[in-house]
Design a protein around this ligand. Sequence first.
Ligand code: GTP
Length: 467
Amino acid sequence: MVLSELHGKLTRALRQLDNETIIDEKVLNDCLNEITRALLQSDVQFSLVRDLQINIKRTVNLGQLAHGYHKRNIIRRAVEEELCKILDSGKTSYVPKKGNASVVLFVGLQGSGKTTTCTKYAQFYRKKGFKPALVCADTFRAGAYDQLKQNAMKANVPIYGSHTESDPVQIAVEGVDSFRKKTHDLIIVDTSGRHKQEEVLFEEMRQISVATNPDLVIFVMDSSIGQATYDQALAFKQSVAVGAVIITKMDGHAKGGGALSAVAATKSPVIFIGTGEHMDDFKEFDVKPFVLRLLGMGDISGFTNKVHELVAVNQQHDFMQRLSDGNFTLRNMYQLFQSMHEMGLINEVSSMLAGLAAPKGHEKESQLKFKRFMIMMDSMTNEELDSSNPKLMNKSRILRIARGSGHRVEEMEEMMEKYKLMATIPKRRDMSAVSQNRNSQRMIPPQMLNHISRLGGLKDFMKMGWT
Ligand SMILES: Nc1nc2c(ncn2[C@@H]2O[C@H](COP(=O)(O)OP(=O)(O)OP(=O)(O)O)[C@@H](O)[C@H]2O)c(=O)[nH]1
């Protein structure tokens, strides 16, 4: 989990609400104080945190809420909305389109992770079916070309560069022209970084930018400097037309929250975050799912996207229909888990579902949790498995299933919470993303299909009742 410390503190603060029978001013203040402390410790700017607290108190006016109103949910929703506000730049970024020959220029200070991120970006789009290529216009640092070459080889992306030419502008122009002729539809230009924000670096960036006329300039920034990213992002924006930001090293830095919020305050959209040194340690950044995950409420859109990756196109509509009609049963969940398990995707999917994510190195815990859930579902009757009415699962049934499967009642309740979360996806979230995905022509990747059939899981997968 990215920002695991902040995640832990925020979820603890919200969980406290469940321990209280009456939600009064004191409980709300205690909860808000904890959230405030957690955000400040993550280096979020004081004024942003202060505004968040004021706004939440204004939204959650306990005195005016009618008796019986679900105060806990109103508080949770207000926290979610205010965090989204802090992290949302209000701007969208240019998105490369297949077949369009987009040119994307990467800029940033030395050591920010620019070269690594260029390759991660190329690989991300290669996996989406693009034909990306890399141009090394860093003639400042000896070895930059070789580093990018090595990375490019790993990511299986062609590269243009020179050991002898010293003019980065000429290399950039030649590289872009050459890849355009070869019909590459995403040409990524890596530029040199310097130790600090020197004028000479900005001048070089400006010249490369004028000469290559990029569709998008991406500023790469290291998260370890926290809220100081604000000044850095502004300085770069004033020199080149920065259209998007990628924040790196979010895996190791407690100040990541500060970095994300400070960049948003400059009205620059963060589009990806770097979460490690490896090529796959790269995540699309989307404010709402990120906040939901941070608050332990699950990454719904990530989950629905995953479903779309795994379910054949002709079945996606029906599957989403079941979800949207509220007909998603425990049996559906059981079969989904089973397929994920067989495909070795438990960790990937679990990180999208509230509370199932395990920190790096503890993935086994997630797997055990899924197994535990499946064992508990094995102790259910057909009526329980096939009902889409969560109310059917009353206290005595929960007790019986927990006892019968050798688990604690709390473990059973935790599973029911996850089920409700999945079953109510479309009710709680905007279905437009889902319907957009319906139209996407994504199929199960062939190698995955082979894998499922080898495991004999394809039959189960198809029997999930999604057809
Ligand atoms: N932990 C972690 N390390 C990263 C991440 N991104 C990059 N790095 C590491 O940061 C270091 C610097 O990365 P580079 O890609 O060489 O940085 P750069 O900005 O291109 O540097 P110059 O080419 O000198 O300007 C390398 O050791 C990378 O492996 C990340 O998201 N997480």
